[in-house]
Design a protein around this ligand. Sequence first.
Ligand SMILES: Cc1cc2nc3c(=O)[nH]c(=O)nc-3n(C[C@H](O)[C@H](O)[C@H](O)COP(=O)(O)OP(=O)(O)OC[C@H]3O[C@@H](n4cnc5c(N)ncnc54)[C@H](O)[C@@H]3O)c2cc1C
Length: 715
Amino acid sequence: MASNSSGGSSDRQRIAKQRLRIIAGHLQRPADDDSAVGAAECTAQGSKTDASSEERTVPRRRHEIMKWNGWGYSDSKFVYNKKGQAEFTGKRYRLSGMIIPGLKDWMENTFGATLQHKTPATPILNSSAVQAPTLNEVFVEELKSTHIPFSHDAEDRVFRAHGHCLHEIFALREGKIGRVPDLVVWPSCHSDVEKIVELACKHNVCLIPYGGGTSVSSALECPPEETRSIVSLDTSQMNRILWIDEKNLTAHVEAGIVGQDLERLLNESGYCTGHEPDSMEFSSLGGWVATRASGMKKNIYGNIEDLVIHIKMVTPQGVIEKSCQCPRMSTGPDVHHFIMGSEGTLGVVTEVTLKIRPVPEYQKYGSVVFPNFEQGVACLREVAKQRCAPASIRLMDNEQFKFGHALKPQVSSIFTSFLDGLKKLYITKFKGFDPNRLCVATLLFEGDREKVLQHEKQVYTIAAKFGGLAAGEDNGQRGYMLTFVIAYLRDLGMDYYVIGESFETSVPWDRVLDICRNVKARIVRECKEKGVQFPPLSTCRVTQTYDAGACVYFYFAFNYRGLSDPIHVYEEVEHAAREEILANGGSLSHHHGAPTGSRLSQRARRVQARCSISWWTAGEVAAPGLVPQPHSLRRFGRRLRAKAPLRLGWPRPPAGAEAGVRTPSRVRSGAPVCTMGQEPPAPVAQSEGAGDGLLQPPAGPSSGNTHSLMSLIVC
Ligand SMILES: Cc1cc2nc3c(=O)[nH]c(=O)nc-3n(C[C@H](O)[C@H](O)[C@H](O)COP(=O)(O)OP(=O)(O)OC[C@H]3O[C@@H](n4cnc5c(N)ncnc54)[C@H](O)[C@@H]3O)c2cc1C
């Protein structure tokens, strides 16, 4: 359904109030004039005004609103009601309170999962099953003196000991609690994080940054063999937009903000980032950076690496950030690319400057039915070739099409169900599409109304060349509406012996069909060989398109009745599927990060256990209190070269290069921080022509004598 974004006077008032509140926070000058933007409001009490925290989704005690052993809000779930019909509870989503008549049959027919065979989860967390915290007493004592809030409550700790991998949730449902963090700490701002990291280094404590907890790469798991105290650094209270720059269309935001809050707050000012991963309700900006996330509307807005202008990260060696907020630099490899995807192993991302766009004037959904998956893929390839992909275009295979159909809520109108029947008749009988082969693409167009309508025409014309039939806005919109509730379905499955997971890859266009066919077939074969007694669901969809290839998601699930160690079987099958992906020219991951059990993720975890220090050992980023030294970066370069049969040729430092390194006075005095080149912002007053009262960014670097970290790297 098409929608226009318009605002009445009450909207304007709300926006004005919001802006004033942010501005009021900013007018508090920091005690230390050298502090960067984020420190301006931080009181180091860990407190926020009630008004600002009220508006945020994630409370400190997450388990007050979210499930401790499943996905999402506690009040929202799929259940079978007394009549044995599936329904979705709560009031938060469009599907909430609705009956889904086809779901029960689909579960029975697809998995053999019946109401008689139930495997309910342990309802309440048994705190006595949680091991007592290993507290580092001196660390805790010094932490107290910072007034940063912390907790060693069992629920807080268990909540932060996992992400949403199948094995993590399965264990929790069974009441099995492994190694959990010993302490949870809630910094309010960048300078709180600096203090925590400094204390962790001083007292040999491990830190694991925690954003939204939606990780699907096991990155939040605590290594069971770790004997030191583990502290989960929960960024959820670092959730403010610090400034919006309307001239350059950028916003500077604290890294703990979750996607839904970021978009809502920006929307109130007329802007958006357009970054919408399926987990955006709960995942955080820092998490997106740390995992190199990708959103469904990346065709217009880009992936996180395209959106990021500036990252500020606290490492055990000091703070890393570039000296300016420029759109591009050519002075060496981009340090952002070391940070993005580092999964918390290099440090804690505290603030990020992102590109923003005006909220699109017009949105339109759409869908296309294709006679088969092959033609659907050919169409997506042509759309990518002509570079006319809508904000989102997703192609579901036949199994997912049927699944989507099973999730249709009960229709109240006979007319609607009659129309549905007619459409089906038209497609299958009149057009001759085979219901067991057809597949569907959902579309989302955004932008200026005229352009959207033209764009739509272009995409539907291409689709027609590949046998595609326009299947209406409603089907498209329903597809996107399901995006946020689909994650809740795994919990229902697990209530009835069904376990499942998704994993994704990126693959060149000429390998897409092979990879889809081969991986799905391998899953079926492996399940049979490993003794799975019911046919598995093995399905895929193409979710993102690029010039040179696409991202493909695989979903796989099975009924584990009769298996003694279902998770082991599951992981073996998944491992085989990933091998198949690699053998077919795909990547290990497109955006979920280093997957469970891979050597990469094992290394990440080992490294994380070393107090979030990285491959960049001491001196390679910077010694405490100093900016990075060219010689240590050269050493890093040599280390890389030693492993690669390449002749990289590390340039000599130009004469006087080091004179270009600005060392802030506070750093020279020995504080464990190295900020490079960024001037603290002046507080902003509302002035005519100054962006309609929005918070303004700090002035850019003041002179040409500041060097970015990357210019240091090539020196
Ligand atoms: C249902 C579901 C749907 C998903 N859909 C998508 C999708 O569409 N696109 C996509 O890209 N991913 C998706 N994911 C994966 C996940 O949401 C992303 O990896 C997300 O970016 C993680 O963010 P988070 O804030 O939840 O991070 P967390 O899960 O809290 O942490 C993930 C990793 O990042 C580190 N980290 C977190 N915050 C920081 C920080 N401030 N500084 C340094 N390190 C930090 C952690 O230590 C950990 O290693 C999905 C996951 C689920 C469960």
